[in-house]
Write a protein that binds this ligand. Sequence first.
Ligand code: SF4
Ligand code: SF4
Length: 313
Amino acid sequence: MLKNLLENKNCFKLVCGAGNEDAAEVEKLVTLYAKAGCRFFDLSAKEEIVDAAKKGVANAGVQDACFCVSLGIKGDPHVSKAQIDYEKCIGCGKCDEICPQRAIKYHKVKRERCIGCGKCFKVCTKGAVSFCSENIDLNTVLPPLIKKGIDCIELHAIGADEEDILSKWETINSLYNGILSICIGRGNISDRTLVNRVKKMLAGRSPYTTIIQADGFPMSGGSDDYKTTLQAVAMAEIIQNENLPVYILLSGGTNSKTAELCRMCSINYNGIAVGSYARKIVRAEIDRDDFLTNKAVFETALVKAAALVKSVY
Ligand code: SF4
Ligand code: SF4
């Protein structure tokens, strides 16, 4: 099923957020985007989040959805959580205002909603925000998720600690023989290091069983312009130029302009993963308690979500 989506070269992947552990929000997002035509969902590697996503596709009456769980290494912002030092915090509220996830209320971080985007850190003039992340044990986390029924496992291979990344990749390969995804970008490494890392990770894998998720401007904040999506397209070009037997997805700064820019730049992509922008355009509706029961509210969000999904085709 996932292979067909990728081969058809029009795969829209909704990124709920590798660190988004808010099951209620994930159910709402998946219900909405499944109704809007999305068939591939990127989720935090938690059993309750996969359950919530499955509930979402059932709400939408969709049978053929695919699920990917995302994993990061310790220190990866995608799986990091903000924390506030109350010795330094003066309660100015700037972090509450800027948080795209509404994860900070009354200067307290709701860990399950935080996606590690770093916006609160940037606005805090008192240096009160820092981040923490855990080293997860893949041998404990993955088997129940695989048993539950997933279609893809994604490793964020973005950090500088290549040894840790390759060791986690080996473990994932030993536990799962389905499609794997490597999410990689240029934040910490050179283009050459990046390509060499991808090649090392592909050694031993069968052709066209791996997605390279070209991550441009991770957790961009969701602006809808060419500039924001430019880095994702540039990253996709680096991968494309290597002629590897992989599927190429774009992510990080992706928006309604990404597919158009890909076409303008002759990028032969298999799909586009959209996170920040996809969530931002429906934030006002999703945050309502009656989102799933209020038809008018749901329809308002659906028009926006469907237009975004369509922009990829
Ligand atoms: S921005 Fe910094 S000082 Fe202001 S409320 Fe947030 S943590 Fe506290
Ligand atoms: S602004 Fe980003 S990093 Fe800070 S609490 Fe919100 S989601 Fe987490």
